[in-house]
Design a binder for this molecule. Structure first.
Ligand code: NAD
Length: 220
């Protein structure tokens, strides 16, 4: 792969490549979109926050003085939303080299808090699985889209890869935090998903990687 030298790290050349970033309206997804564009890539920015995503893409395009980013409203738990965003992106930029399955939410309590004193006066309730829906199923929807897109497109002539999938996990995917069961489960789930699929696609011109962050005290 051709490389370019930055001040401290050797970074791969991505100029002319195209990325699909979920959760691109804020946080890591926004920073990632800005960084990709600053290095010459174009970005399909998708987020459930339509207004924030559109504003971010507009700002990026203004800075670049050309259309290098498009924003599409997507709920990642809906595969059809992601497919429609990909179709729009393909029309605008031709192909997708990188899918970043990044959109995620913090733990949403799946059960009422433990309180034996009041429990018998409350009905037994269905668990709220939203954290798992977004952080696991939403990311697997992105992965399912990525693999099928990569399978249908020729390898990038410069890099030789059909495409690369990068999934956002967390340090909590390796060391679960007390009291965040669905967040921990979802982040561990994508670790094993990556381990399984990276091997399956290793000889097919497709890479599967994981990024992880650390933000809380996992010793408790
Ligand atoms: N911030 C941290 O310290 C930290 C630590 C470990 C892992 N992470 C992970 O990093 C990723 C990004 O987190 P962040 O800190 O940038 O958070 P953030 O809240 O700033 O950004 C997440 C984005 O995802 C979007 N989103 C949420 N649900 C969505 C859905 N169903 N469909 C489409 N978009 C949706 C939100 O609108 C938001 O713009 C997440 O997967 C998160 O779990 C973050």
């Amino acid at each position: 792969m051709t490389t370019t030298q930055s001040t401290s790290t050797t970074l791969p050349v991505i100029s002319g490549d195209v990325a699909f970033v979920t959760g691109a309206a804020s946080g890591f997804g926004l920073f990632l979109s800005q960084e990709l564009v600053s290095r010459g890539a174009s970005v399909i920015m998708v987020d459930i926050n339509e207004e924030g995503c559109k504003k971010a893409a507009t700002d990026i395009n203004k800075d670049a003085d050309k259309i290098v980013a498009i924003a599409v409203k997507v709920d990642t738990t809906c595969f059809e939303d992601q497919l429609a965003a990909y179709e729009l992106g393909k029309k605008a930029f031709g192909r997708v080299d990188y899918f970043f399955a990044n959109a995620g939410i913090p733990e949403r309590f799946w059960l009422p808090l433990f309180d034996p004193a009041s429990a018998s006066s409350r009905p037994i309730t269905k668990p709220d699985m939203t954290t798992l829906d977004v952080n696991l199923n939403g990311q697997l929807n992105t992965a399912a889209l990525a693999f099928q897109v990569f399978e249908r497109q020729e390898p990038n002539p410069r890099s030789g890869f059909r495409g690369k999938l990068i999934i956002t996990s967390s340090i909590i995917g390796f060391w679960p935090c007390k009291g965040v069961p669905l967040y921990s489960t979802s982040k561990a789930g994508v670790v094993h998903f990556m381990r399984s699929m990276a091997r399956y696609y290793a000889d097919k011109g497709i890479t599967v990687n994981l990024s992880e962050y650390f933000c809380c005290d996992v010793s408790s």
